[in-house]
Design a protein around this ligand. Structure first.
Ligand code: DC
Length: 219
């Protein structure tokens, strides 16, 4: 369990709700540590793809994880000493990550690792089950939401900037499918914790969202 003196802000929300950028910015402003739990699922997904490992929903995928050499350094992610920061952001990796995230053995095997990010003075942790499962004792719980249209539009702009040509309607369908898989799975689904403050970011930019979250800390 995590030391009670460590402040924890848990931020959950669906794909492309902006939680990554918001959580990172918030952690910098507060001088807190930062956990992108989705990156852990993404790295494991990438390892499955690279090593051609059968992706199981219920099996002992956790054995693979124990052998993986994973490391996070600031904004960079490493798998077997290779910098995979860009590779794990790929749409296909995200889809596989969402699929393997249904595996309870896998989820349990990375619980302690996620909790090890909680260090003084505090941690901003983002994902799907931060408030409900990984850090139920969090001091502040936020659920970031946005409409499918808004999220598809944000993702579209990000990909176009990267020079990747995509169709916005395809993106919207992928977001709907990912929401369904992440929200309806049996283990640790994305749900609003009873103590979470819901923030809809449809009409808020990153700075406004960070400011709003900060206002809950000061009050
Ligand atoms: O936040 P993200 O898009 O990088 O996450 C990729 C997938 O990983 C997401 O669709 C479901 C899974 N995930 C999870 O099950 N639990 C978390 N705490 C974070 C991510």
């Amino acid at each position: 369990m995590v030391n009670k003196n460590i402040q924890i802000i848990a931020i959950d929300g669906p794909a492309s709700s902006g939680k990554g950028t918001v959580a990172k910015k918030l952690s910098r402003q507060l001088n807190y540590h930062y956990l992108d739990s989705g990156a852990i699922y993404r790295i494991i997904a990438l390892a499955c793809i690279k090593k051609n490992i059968a992706i199981e929903k219920n099996g002992a995928l956790s054995q693979l994880i124990q052998k993986l050499n994973v490391c996070f350094d600031g904004d960079s992610s490493f798998l077997e000493n290779e910098n995979v920061t860009e590779q794990i952001r790929d749409e296909r990796v995200g889809k596989v990550a969402s699929y393997i995230a249904q595996n309870i053995n896998l989820r349990n095997s990375i619980l302690d690792y996620q909790r090890s990010f909680a260090k003084k003075p505090g941690l901003v942790a983002e994902g799907r089950d931060m408030a409900t499962v990984v850090f139920p004792q969090a001091n502040l719980k936020i659920y970031l939401d946005a409409s499918v249209n808004e999220r598809a539009e944000r993702r579209y702009k990000q990909l176009i900037l990267k020079g990747i040509d995509v169709n916005i309607l395809d993106l919207a369908s992928e977001i709907i499918a990912r929401d369904k898989q992440d929200m309806e799975r049996q283990h640790s689904p994305l749900v609003k914790d009873k103590d979470s403050i819901v923030i809809n970011t449809d009409c808020l930019d990153i700075n406004q969202t960070v400011k709003k979250i900060l206002s809950f800390i000061k009050n």
